[in-house]
Every structure is written in C-alpha cells, then in structure tokens.
Design a protein around this ligand. Structure first.
Ligand code: TXA
Ligand code: MG
Length: 338
C-alpha cells in the first residue's frame, strides 16, 4: 500500500484509489517495488529524466509507449548498471565499443549493438540492434544494481515535447499518468546521451548528445556523423521535429531578423549576451561565461520557462558548432521545425 502527497488533503491518500498524482521522493526501495510490480516510473539520470519500466516485461514496455504517447516504431534505450551486465543484452561488443564503454560508462553515452534474444522486439521496434546505456547518477545506479532486470527508458516527456531535467518537470506533464517519480535533483548534463553505432570498423554518431564528439575521437579516432532528419524516418531516432515548446520557436539570424510583432511579445534565448534590441525581461542567457556545459545544463529548463511566459514566439541563438554546442544546436534546430 502506498501513500501519496496531496497538498489539499490533511491525511495522505492511498494511491490509485483517490489520489491521482505521482508520489515523489528519493526512496530507491519504493522505486524498486513499483518497478518489480510492473509499473512505469520516472527516474533521474545525469542527462534527462527517464520513464522507466522492466525491459523484460512486455506489459511494462507497452505502458511506456502509452504514457508517453510515443509511436512504437521509435525504439527504447535499455539501461543497466555495469558493463558486465550490459554484455548479457547484446551478442557481442566490437573492440571500439568496448574501448568507449571502458572510458565513458557510466556516462552520457548510448551504444547501438547487436541485440540478444533476451530483449523483447517491442523494446527495439523490431530492429536487430539494441541501444544500451549506463547512466551516471548515484541513486539510479544503486536502483539498477538492486533490480533483477534492465529498464527500458525513453526521456520522461510527452512525445515531441521538451525533455525533463527535474522531477518537477516530469510531474508537470506525466504526474497524473505514473505512480512514482524518483527524485534525484537536477540533471547535471541536461541533454540526452550521445548515440553511437558501429559498421565494420567505422564509428557512427546517430545522435549528438552530452558526450562531445571531440572526446569520443580522442579514444577511437575519426568518427562519422549520421543524424539525418526526416519527418517519417525509415531509421528511427531521427525525427525532424522534436524537443518542441508549444510556442513558435525560431532560429535568430541577425541578417534577416525583422520585428514583425510587438517587441514585448518576443522571448529570446541566447548563449552569452542579451539581445540589445529586445526587452531584457523576456530573455534568458544559457551561460554568461560561455561554458558549453552550463549551457547544456540550462537548455531545456530555460526553454520550458520561455514557453510559460506571456510571449508569442521564442527566438533562439545558435551556439558555435563545437563541443556540446553541436548537440545544443541540434536540439534547437529540431525544436524550430513545426
Ligand atoms: O540520455 C538519454 O539517452 C535519455 C535518458 C533517459 O537515458 N534517454 C533518451 O531516450 O533520450 P529517448 O527514447 O528519448 O531517445 C532515444 C533515441 C530515440 O531517438 C530512438 O529512436 C533511438 O534512441 N534508438 C533507440 N534504440 C535504437 C536502435 N536500436 N537503433 C536506432 N536508434 C535507436
Ligand atoms: Mg526523447
């Protein structure tokens, strides 16, 4: 029997009978019980919060797609706590995959590897590769170590919307649809993991993310990037429109910028400096010191803040195409597509 926090009630209520908001706390024992029972819950990672369920349990995995309203052609990442365990879910680890795993796991890295039969086809949308990741978050690593199964977990946002970087973000959008959110504070990286696949000897980046390409190349040499965008992808993971706020989001370009509406109705997201042509109160700066790490950490929370402001549209400034600036720009460009 579980009790939930209910601001308006004097006594706690029994979850599932009267209370319809998720319980939020940092108790991994409670998280484990919910997962063992086949529930889908919010979990923290260093990148973004995930919507987790037992990857071996078809009903739990089905629930993940339903709660997120995600089409089932878009496969899920399988999360566990060690490289040793990860080996059980794949047929083999190519040499370069092992090098990357040893260097960056736990961390913001997802590897696409030949899928083992133990992983249900539903998780991988019928593909013969599986995406595997070890998140670098103390609470979640301990939870995963105590589970008898890996968890499948997409980002814990409704399909297409901005990813969550705090338990509160998860609560705001999915709090009525899941029983529990494990609160692990704010995500320290703030953008999703970098997804890497292997073809023969080649290392291919399929999603730019929290691990910079420069760092990957230090370990395995030159990589190629294949992050084609398509609104109807044959290969999943490349949806063109994504990470979108409800308001119109446009990429700022000094040359073509023309204020066609009242200045007060425009929000602005910049890397280091305010736009002097627009009111300061509707602007957010990702990192005044020019840190890509700080910018990534702030990105999604700031997009949400702008989405909640009394403005009509949001202009965003692209960052230099280096370091995590590349992954941030990828999110901004996809958010700008309607
Ligand atoms: O940082 C992250 O990776 C977060 C946290 C929660 O771990 N998870 C995350 O999951 O971003 P999701 O589902 O929002 O994005 C995973 C991406 C999707 O675009 C999916 O299409 C792609 O990974 N993907 C998963 N399995 C794949 C596979 N076997 N082949 C190609 N793409 C795959
Ligand atoms: Mg996502």
């Amino acid at each position: 029997m579980y009790f939930c926090r209910n601001k308006s009630a004097k006594k706690p209520l029994i979850w599932g009978l009267r209370c319809n908001m998720a319980i939020i706390n940092s108790d991994i024992n409670q998280a484990k019980i919910f997962l063992d029972q086949g529930n889908v819950i919010g979990i923290p990672t260093e990148t973004v919060y995930g919507l987790a369920g037992n990857a071996f349990d078809i009903e739990a995995v089905t629930k993940i797609f339903e709660v997120k309203n995600r089409p089932n052609f878009d496969p899920l990442i399988v999360h566990t706590n060690s490289v040793e365990r990860l080996k059980d879910f794949v047929h083999y680890l190519p040499e370069k995959a092992l090098l990357l795993a040893q260097e960056f796991m736990p961390g913001p890295l997802t590897l696409l590897l030949p899928k083992h039969e133990s992983i249900p086809d539903l998780v991988t949308s019928g593909l013969d590769s599986v995406a595997v990741r070890i998140p670098n978050h103390a609470l979640t690593l301990e939870l995963l170590a105590n589970l008898d199964f890996p968890v499948a977990a997409p980002s814990a946002n409704p399909f297409g919307y901005i990813s969550p970087t705090s338990a509160r973000h998860v609560e705001q959008q999915l709090g009525e649809r899941i029983p529990f959110i494990l609160d692990g504070g704010e995500c320290q990286i703030g953008i999703e993991s970098t997804i890497i696949g292997f073809e023969n000897e080649e290392v291919i980046i399929f999603r730019k993310g929290g691990l910079a390409i420069e760092d990957i190349e230090k370990i395995v040499g030159k990589v190629s990037v294949n992050t084609h965008s398509s609104s109807n992808p044959k290969a999943p993971g490349m949806l063109k429109s994504h990470y979108s706020p409800k308001k119109d989001l446009l990429i700022f370009d000094k040359k073509t910028f023309d204020i066609d509406t009242q200045k007060e109705r425009i929000g602005y997201l910049a890397f280091r400096e305010y736009n002097i042509n627009l009111p300061k109160e509707n602007q957010l700066i990702l990192s005044e010191s020019g840190s890509y790490k700080e910018a990534a950490k702030n990105l999604f929370a700031f997009m949400r803040q702008l989405d909640a402001m009394e403005i009509e549209k949001i202009y965003v400034e692209l960052l230099p195409e280096k370091d995590l600036g590349r992954a941030i720009n990828d999110r901004l460009r996809r958010a700008a597509v309607k």
